[in-house]
Write a protein that binds this ligand. Structure first.
Ligand code: PGA
Length: 252
C-alpha cells in the first residue's frame, strides 16, 4: 500500500515575507478538514532556496515536508548560485525535486546530470523526487514511451538497487498550460513507468510512488487519484494558493 503524496512546487513565486502566512493558512485549512487523516497523506512543498529555513520552521512542526527545487550533485565547491546536499541537510531537510522539465529546458540538465543528482541524494540520505515526462512533439511523434524509458533508465543505471525515490510524471505539454493528461493517459504512462521499475527492481517497484504533474487542480485531482498507479500529484500553479492546495490534499 503506497501512501499518497501531494507535493506543491512554488517554482520562482511568492515571497519570503509571505511564507508564515501561507503555511499558517495551509495548516489551518488542513486541520479544519475532517475528511483526511493528516498521517494518511504526505504533504510537501518545494520552495525557493532562500525560503527553505523559514518554511521548515513553519511547515514541519505541522507535518508539512519542505523540499528544495533542485540540488547540485557535488558536496561543495566553486559552483556559483548552487545549493548543496550538505546545506540542505544542515537545515534539517530531507527532500528535493530533481530534473524538473524547466531545469532540463532552461538550465541544460540532462539525463546524465539528473542521474548523478539522484545518486548523490540517495548516497547522502536525501529523498529525491525525480521528474520525467515527454514534450508535446514527442507525444505527437509517438515517442512518449521511448522518452520515459530513456529518462527513467538513466537514473536507475546510476542508482541501482538503492533506487528508493519518488517519480513525478509530468508531461511537459501539460505543465502550466491548463491542459491536463486525461486520467487514462496518466494511468497509461504511470503503469509504463512502473513496468520499467519492476524490470530493474523487482517487487521493490510496488512500493515506489509515482506522482502525476501538469495543471493539477482541485477539480481534476479526484479522477487522477482513482487510477491504480497514480500515487499523488506534483502541483505547480495551484499550489500558490494555500486554500486551493489544501483542497487538492483533501480531494485526493
Ligand atoms: P502546473 O506545474 O501545475 O502549474 O502545471 C506543475 C509542475 O511543473 O510541477
Amino acid at each position: 500500500m503506497r501512501k499518497p503524496m501531494i507535493a506543491g512546487n512554488w517554482k520562482m513565486n511568492l515571497l519570503y515575507s509571505k511564507v508564515p502566512e501561507y503555511l499558517q493558512t495551509l495548516n489551518r485549512e488542513l486541520a479544519a478538514n475532517s475528511r483526511i487523516r493528516r498521517d494518511a497523506v504526505d504533504v510537501l512543498l518545494a520552495v525557493p532556496a532562500p525560503f527553505l529555513g523559514l518554511a521548515r520552521e513553519y511547515g514541519e512542526k505541522h507535518g508539512i515536508l519542505i523540499a528544495a527545487q533542485t540540488i547540485h550533485e557535488k558536496p561543495e565547491g566553486a559552483f556559483t548560485g548552487e545549493l548543496s546536499i550538505p546545506m540542505l541537510k544542515d537545515l534539517g531537510l530531507r527532500w528535493t525535486l530533481i530534473g524538473h522539465s524547466e531545469r532540463r529546458q532552461y538550465y541544460n540538465e540532462t539525463d546524465a546530470s539528473v542521474a548523478a543528482k539522484a545518486k548523490a541524494c540517495l548516497d547522502q540520505g536525501i529523498n529525491p523526487i525525480v521528474c520525467v515526462g515527454e514534450t508535446r512533439a514527442e507525444r505527437e511523434g509517438g515517442q512518449t514511451e521511448a522518452v520515459l524509458k530513456r529518462q527513467v533508465e538513466a537514473v536507475l543505471r546510476e542508482t541501482g538497487a538503492a533506487s528508493n525515490f519518488v517519480i513525478a510524471y509530468e508531461p511537459v505539454w501539460a505543465i502550466g498550460t491548463g491542459l491536463t493528461a486525461t486520467d487514462e493517459q496518466a494511468q497509461e504512462a504511470h503503469a509504463f513507468i512502473r513496468g520499467i521499475l519492476r524490470q530493474k527492481l523487482g517487487g521493490a517497484a510496488e512500493a515506489l510512488r509515482i506522482l502525476y504533474g501538469g495543471s493539477v487542480k482541485s477539480s481534476n485531482i479526484k479522477g487522477l487519484m482513482k487510477q491504480p498507479d497514480v500515487d499523488g500529484a506534483l502541483v505547480g500553479g495551484a499550489s500558490l494558493d494555500p486554500v486551493e492546495f489544501a483542497r487538492i490534499v483533501d480531494c485526493q
